[in-house]
Write a protein of this length. Structure first.
Length: 311
């Protein structure tokens, strides 16, 4: 009987506050750690209140509420008087692999076990503390970052999370766990207008600053001889043309980067080279901003048409 009571008591949900240090590492010098933190709503520290499947995260950039009963996430950015909503089912990431192999670690004085979840667009490496029990039923539908998989595999809370993507890696490392009663009022939402979260809607696009605009720049910069040299007018026709689609990023400094031709198989390689040259030679843009003024990055597409006409 003593063993049964003791076992049952160990399954009580953790209730309290967890503190993390937050780091960001970028995969390129073309943008900074600061801009990635701004885009993700992260600061240098994160404080998380936990109670019965509800979580409130404060990052310095945003307050984020995970409300279990509503199966939604609410985000209040520091410079915006709007509450943005994400549904628990909004992430369609596919799970490729799950692994629990690796050495244990001691974090914030607790023994932690490893868990690795590989998705089609990111890899999450966790260390979780089994003694911080959390009923996995709370998060069984929380597919944001596929946290539903973490909950199912661990029935716990993580003290370390490394999220690696092609562009950046975020690291959260716990430095303090405080088990204490949490008032339900912590999870009360601010009385603000609510909107569905959309990164595009929250971002102000970059602005091309040169007089005449982007189209004029393209027209004046393309080498016209490339068209006449590499395009052939079909017999019986009066003209020939090809449009090269160039995708590129304008970074926080207003520089063009990561330019690439999206339809390279459909166009002459020399035309593709010329289109890339023109885009990469672009003067500085007015940088994009996000969340009420923070500098950001923004992806654009430029169709550049090459044409020859019979005189």
């Amino acid at each position: 009987m003593f063993f049964s009571v003791r076992l049952f008591s160990q399954q009580n949900d953790f209730e309290g506050v967890i503190y993390y240090k937050t780091e960001v590492k970028v995969a390129s010098e073309l943008f900074s750690e600061k801009v990635i933190k701004s885009m993700l709503g992260l600061g240098n520290d994160t404080k998380v209140w936990v109670k019965k499947g509800n979580y409130k995260q404060t990052t310095g950039q945003a307050d984020i509420y995970f409300i279990n009963k509503e199966q939604k996430v609410y985000i209040k950015f520091k410079n915006l008087d709007t509450l943005y909503i994400l549904d628990y089912f909004s992430d369609s990431s596919t799970v490729k692999n799950i692994s629990k192999q690796g050495d244990k670690k001691t974090i914030a004085g607790m023994e932690c076990k490893p868990l690795k979840i590989e998705l089609d667009n990111a890899t999450y490496k966790y260390y979780y503390a089994p003694e911080l029990y959390m009923n996995p039923e709370y998060d069984k539908n929380n597919k944001i970052g596929r946290y539903d998989i973490f909950a199912k595999e661990t029935s716990s809370l993580y003290l370390y999370c490394e999220n690696e993507t092609k562009t950046y890696t975020t690291l959260e490392t716990c430095y303090k766990v405080q088990q204490t009663a949490i008032s339900d009022s912590i999870f009360l939402l601010p009385a603000l207008p609510q909107k569905i979260y959309s990164l595009d809607e929250l971002t102000i696009a970059p602005e091309f600053k040169r007089s005449g605009g982007w189209e004029k720049y393209l027209l004046s910069s393309v080498n016209k001889e490339v068209s006449s040299k590499y395009l052939r007018i079909p017999k019986g026709e009066n003209m020939a043309s090809q449009t090269v689609i160039v995708k590129f990023m304008v970074n926080e400094f207003g520089r063009v980067s990561y330019a690439e031709v999206e339809n390279k198989k459909e166009v002459n390689s020399k035309l593709a080279e010329e289109a890339l040259r023109v885009v990469n030679s672009s003067p500085l843009w007015k940088p994009p901003t996000i969340y009420g003024g923070e500098k950001s990055i923004f992806w654009l597409r430029a169709p550049i048409t090459f044409q020859v006409v019979n005189k």
